[in-house]
Every structure is written in structure tokens, then in C-alpha cells.
Design a protein around this ligand. Sequence first.
Ligand code: ATP
Ligand code: AH0
Length: 378
Amino acid sequence: MVFAVGLMSGTSLDGIDAALVEIEGTGTKTKVKLVEFITYPFTKKTIDKIKDVFSIKTSSVEKICSLNFELGYLFGNAVKEVCKKADFSIKDLNFVASHGQTIYHLPSPEKSQFASTLQIGESAIICEMTKTTVISDFRTRDMALNGQGAPIVPYSEFVLYQDTNRIRLLQNIGGIGNITIIPPNAKLENVVAFDTGPGNMIINALCEKFYEQKYDKDGQHAANGKVNENLLKEMMDHPFIRKKYPKTTGREEFGSEYTETLLEKWQDKIEPKDFVATATMFTAKSIVENAKPFIDDQTDFIIGGGGSYNKTLVRMIQKQIPNVLVKIQEEVGFSSEAKEAIAMVILGNQTLHHLPSNVPNATGADKPAILGKITYYD
Ligand SMILES: Nc1ncnc2c1ncn2[C@@H]1O[C@H](COP(=O)(O)OP(=O)(O)OP(=O)(O)O)[C@@H](O)[C@H]1O
Ligand SMILES: CC(=O)N[C@H]1[C@@H]2OC[C@@H](O2)[C@@H](O)[C@@H]1O[C@H](C)C(=O)O
């Protein structure tokens, strides 16, 4: 039996997702069982440090250097905590698969730049703290093959979710929204995946600004507000939304600078709850517009990630595609919050077996590749 911990710390900065998983087999024969899951929270101080290095205005090489190791210690703690909660001896762990914290993603660089992406959280520290082999840095190899280095979760979705009769569409709504479409009986070459635009990123920033709340719990503010059509149109005109795939995005395009610009122009004209409602509709509409070319009435439209708990957002999506059955992840038997951490274990397992796990059709890479770097404990 092989046991591993998958670590995911995504764009919304709500903490480190750690999944203790039992895994068997490889490729399409992979079987996983979730043993335990925790979200190891970030302190406000750590969140501020991460936000600081994200932003060109406040970042510095010194801050990045130090944070790389600091996050390594936190990731190591998250592994220990999830094992403790499961009453599982860390000595029996076979490997850790760590995504790392994305601090910059430049898939379509300007002239003087190189296509690049940077995830930090030093694997050597995780390795020493847990005395376990660590696989990390999954995105760079795909980028070396001219891919976007993202999304990387679709391989695991192809393995776990494909169906013989129905199109399965998996929409993740984290900080950013990302979609995977798996046709019935698909081969890996037929899987389509890309980022749809913002997920909760703008909604969260507005809730922090207006209400000093981290997010719009269950979509309550949005439910009380009214969508402003002019603002919505301006948001939908963002060039990323109608760009053709492969495409991926992040805080570089929809982070605090973007929200600040919107606020400067619209804050005096729109009430806070209407602003939140409009940002929520922006996420819903950008998802539906990007999904529409790939779906029919027989599609399982499955929403995962933290945004699946925003009832107003889910309702807005369903209303725009009344003939399609919209479900949330738990309704098809998988944990929404643990999904990406489990995906890291599937990717790490492939790497340890010298097997590829990117989806070239999704990332635009020239060919399949073995992803990640391995820090061996012994
Ligand atoms: N009950 C809830 N109601 C509304 N929104 C919620 C709720 N629970 C979580 N969320 C939203 O989900 C977000 C976290 O989502 P998730 O953990 O999937 O993101 P992530 O993995 O960090 O991001 P990404 O997938 O983009 O890397 C929170 O910041 C919040 O906006
Ligand atoms: C560079 C980066 O970290 N991208 C993330 C981000 O968060 C969601 C979306 O943007 C997706 O492209 C990706 O994450 C998921 C886990 C992926 O690669 O599949």
C-alpha cells in the first residue's frame, strides 16, 4: 500500500490544503482513497507576506528568498498535522507531492521577458521535516515544452471522472476559475481545459474592502444586490474572457490592481452589495460563455472549489444554462475542497513511476512530459 500527502496552496490564499491519500496503480488504472483532509490556515501575517511578493510594487528578492523557506516549514507542518489527525505514523508515508505557492505566472510574456512561472515553498525543508521524498514544481517542465504550465489538474480529472456516456465538465472555482471538459470515452488527446477568468478573487477583494470579510459567505451579499449591466459589460470586455484556449491567468490580471481600477471608476456610482452581485455575475457569465461551445443537454456540469459553496454564484450559472444539470462536486461523490491536493498525489505518483501527467491539449505543450522535481530523502 502506498500512502502520500498532497499539498495545495492556491490563488485564494485561504491556507494549505493537505490530503492524506492511499494510492494504487498508475495512469488510467490509478485508484485513490482519501484518508484525511485538513486546511492548515495561513496567519494574517503570512497572507500579507505572500501578497507582498505577488505585487510588483512591494516585492523584493530578499522577501521571496525568505518566504520560499518559510512556506517550506509551513508545508512541512501541514503534512505533520494531517497525519496526526488521521492517527497515521509519518514514518509510513511514501511521498509528499507539493504544488507550492504560485507567486508569479507569465505564460504570455512581453517582449523582453521569458515565458515562466514560479511556485515557492522549499521542498528540501519539507523533505527534512517529514523525512520523506518530495515531488514539487510540477509546472515548469510543461513550460519548457512551450506549454502554459497550467492547468495541471486535468490529468487527474481525466483519470478519476471520465464517463462512458456523458460529457463531464468540471468547473473549479477557486481564486481563478478553471474548466476541464472530458468527452465520453475520451482519450487524453480529447480533453480540453483552460482558465475561464476570475473565480472568487474579485468577490473576495470587494468583501474585504466593503465589509472586512474574507469572502461572501454563501453568496449572501450578492443575493441582496442587483447586477449593474454597464459594469458587467466593462468586465466582460476584458480580453482574457473571449481569448481562445490554451489560456491561463492569475493575480497578474485579476488581482488587487484590477479591482482597485474598477473601484476608482465605479465605487461612487454603485452600492457595495450591487458591486458584489456584479462581480459574482462576472464570474458566472465568464464561466458559462467559455463552457457553452463544449456542452449539450446531456452534460454533467460539476462545480468544485470554494466557489461551489457560494449559492448565488451557482444559481447564476444554472439560470444561464437551464437545460444542463449543474451539480456540485460532493453530489458526484468527491470532496470539493480536497480535489486539488488529491490531484497532486496523482501527479507525484506518475512522476515517481517515470510517467507523464501533463495534458498537452490543455497547456499547449509540444508533447507529454514527466512533471516535477524529486527531492529524495534517502
Ligand atoms: N461558504 C462559502 N461561501 C462563499 N464562498 C466560499 C465559501 N467557502 C469558500 N468560499 C470561497 O472559496 C475560496 C477558496 O476556494 P479554493 O480553496 O477552491 O481556492 P484555491 O484552491 O485557493 O484557488 P485556485 O483553485 O484558484 O488555486 C474562498 O476564498 C472563498 O472565496
Ligand atoms: C499558475 C497557477 O498556479 N495556476 C493555477 C491558478 O489557480 C486556478 C487556475 O489558476 C489554474 O490555472 C491553476 O491551478 C490549477 C490547480 C491547475 O493547474 O489545474
